[in-house]
Each structure stands twice: as C-alpha cells, then as structure tokens.
Design a protein around this ligand. Sequence first.
Ligand SMILES: CC(C)(COP(=O)(O)OP(=O)(O)OC[C@H]1O[C@@H](n2cnc3c(N)ncnc32)[C@H](O)[C@@H]1OP(=O)(O)O)[C@@H](O)C(=O)NCCC(=O)NCCS
Length: 395
Amino acid sequence: MDIDYGTIHEDEWAEHFTLLSQAFNGPVKEERPHPYLSADKVIVARSGGALVGAAAVADFGQVFEENVLPMGGVTGVAVAPHATGRGVARQLMTDLLHRMIEMGHVVSLLSPSTSRLYRSVGYETANTWMWRALPLDALRSDVPDGITVELAGTEVFDDLRGMHEAHARRSHGWLIRDEWLWSRKKWMAENSETHMRIWVAKRDGVPVAIGSVRNKADSNVAFAEYDFQFHDVFGEPDGLTAIAATLRTQSTMAGYLHTTLGPADLPALLDRPEVAEVRMQDPMMGRIVDLPAAVPMRGGGRFEGAIHLRVHDPLLPRNDGAFVIEWSGDELGITPGGDGTIEVGVGDLSSMFSGYQAPISLAARGRLGPSAGDADVQRLGRWLACPTPVVTDAF
Ligand SMILES: CC(C)(COP(=O)(O)OP(=O)(O)OC[C@H]1O[C@@H](n2cnc3c(N)ncnc32)[C@H](O)[C@@H]1OP(=O)(O)O)[C@@H](O)C(=O)NCCC(=O)NCCS
C-alpha cells in the first residue's frame, strides 16, 4: 500500500469527517456541521487518492506555574481500519511534531487511547484529566449577599472566556483555550440534546460566575435523569456558591453533579468538600517539542550551579544532545554543551518538566543515567518542583 502524507485539501473535509466518525464511532452523517480546525492544522495520509489517516493540532497555551507556554494539543488521530498496523499513525504524529515546531509550539499534550503509539514518538504521561461527582444534596444552599442567579444564552460565553482564562492562569497544568475549543464549547451548548442550561450569577448586574449544566452526557431522557454535569463553569467563589445553591434546589432525586473543577474550587460548591468523589482519572501524555525555547519560557525554581543534561530525542534533532541549564539573574538559560551528567529520554524529561514525575523517583529507577549523583538530581528537583499538574479540558 503506497501512502503519501500532506496537509488536508479543502475538498477532503467530508471524507475526513467519515474517517474520524468511523474511528470514534460517531454519527454516520454530519447533521449540523461542527467547528473544526483550519486546514493548516490537519495532516492526512492518502492511498490511491483516498484518505486513510489524519491527525490535527490545536493552538493552545499551557500553564506551567505562572507562565503560559505555546502548546500543540493533538486531536483527531485516526487511521482507517484497512490501513492500520503499517506505521501510518506514527508517521502522522512525526509530521505533526514538525508542524508544531513551525507553528511555534514548545510543548504538546494529548489524551492517549494507546500509550504505545505516543510513547514511540517521545510522549510520556505528564498530566491528568479527572472529574468528580458531587452529591446534589450536599451542594451549598447559602446564597451570598448581593448575588442573584438567572438563566442566559451562549452570548455570555464571552464573559465566561475571561473568567476561564483568569482561572487557568493561576492553575498549574491548565489550558488556555484557542478559538476552536471555544467555538466547539459554544456549538455543543447550542446543539446539545441533553437539556443544557446556562446559569449566570451577578453582582450589581455584572456577571461574576457562569455555569452551563446539562444532564449527564449520553442521557437525553427528559425528566428521568438526575445526574447533572457542568459543561463549563468558572468565576468568583461567591458566584459559584450561588450557582450551587440554585442547582441544589433540583436535588429532590439525589443525583450527582459531575465536574472537572478541582480541590481549590470545591469549598465554593460544597459544605463538605471531602464528599466529592473522583470518578474518572485519565492520564494525559505530554512532550517537549522545542527544548531550547521551552526552558527559558517555563522558568522554575532557583538552584545553585548548573544542570548538565544529555537528552535523547531520536525524532527531533533540536532536542537531542548535551545542554547546560543555569540561572543568570532572573533568566533561566539553556546552552548546548556540558558533560551530560544526567542522561534522560525526552519522554521522561517531559514528565518531570510538567511536575508529573519527580526527578528523585526517576533517579531511583535508574532512568537518569549512571553518572547522575545526588547533588545533580537535587538540582533538577529544585528547578522543577511544582504542584501536580491537572488539566480540565478534553479535546
Ligand atoms: C490507534 C490508531 C490511530 C493506530 O493507527 P496505526 O496506523 O495502526 O498505528 P501504527 O501502525 O502507526 O502503530 C504505531 C505503534 O502503536 C502501536 N499501536 C497502534 N494501535 C495500538 C492499539 N490500539 N493498542 C496498542 N498499541 C497500538 C503499534 O503496535 C505500534 O507499535 P510497535 O511498532 O511498537 O508495534 C488507529 O488504530 C485508530 O484510528 N484507532 C481508532 C481511533 C483512535 O483510537 N485514535 C487515537 C486517539 S488518541
């Protein structure tokens, strides 16, 4: 089977939809065209002129402590059943990584259906997407003074965007969403078949929190489903509390409210945050795409002296080699060279870079090479010490 790779053509979108729909068991026909990424972000594989594979990248930011790094969010990786097992997905991912470099992405993130494929192109577990179930009858019932709650339409998504970004910028690991993800959110709110309602909490007429809620995904049985799900929710704690109090009035059948909000926000929603149960935890895989650019952008903790790395990245030559990382004033610099005392694959480095794995844990498993001493590992630990990353968006 001869296969060639390239950017999608404008007349291939219908075929692309069919390919993805088959791979992810989606609808047979596209009833209402949904927003998708622009052609320059979609790479396809063709055989005999027909599409047999695709992969795409969204233009996100990702928060690393207080800095936002340009991040390529991989989505829509699919290979036609008759073309699998020939390395098509691996080649698409390789081409996509080069495209990410052209687009200025310095890191990448994806939600893996198989880790073997992505590990083989340098990704490693680097984040977690999780959601929790909050019993509806345990939601807070106090409405803070001066806050009112009312229903709205998707026009409030412009306010929601500002609230989300403010929240994301102080949450390690979160995404800064691009136009595509926002248009997809809006499309889902407008086309949801599961009774979506958008609640806005206001103080003096100004929105302070917004929560869009639907009946649990995959349920479209009116009046018979008592599990709700936050499609999206952000804002000030008092506003979140007022929205929780509104939803609590719907708790007569004692269902659950599902949310990706994490520990810092739960006290605004629940009197006893500890009753929230983690119901799903999905590993996300990440990769450093451009190490020399990513290091100064990320910054990190202060350390004395220099970190000498020997990075192995067979796919992306700019990351493969020896580097010295050190502070000079307020700038964290990276220069080629040094003795490569810490020897590490790009996957393990990516996992430490996000804060998912601690250097000391990898060192104990012999993954930082034979010449990494305690002081070297400690320095790496000081640089990359940060909270455990979480991501609240699926894409
Ligand atoms: C997953 C999928 C993209 C793989 O495509 P493919 O072209 O067959 O993959 P490749 O031939 O490039 O495989 C690359 C590596 O991943 C492994 N791999 C591929 N699919 C795998 C699977 N489902 N489970 C475990 N390993 C898998 C291959 O064995 C190969 O590793 P190896 O060389 O060490 O044996 C394709 O089966 C598909 O479209 N599935 C449905 C949609 C989907 O799950 N997409 C991915 C979303 S993240």
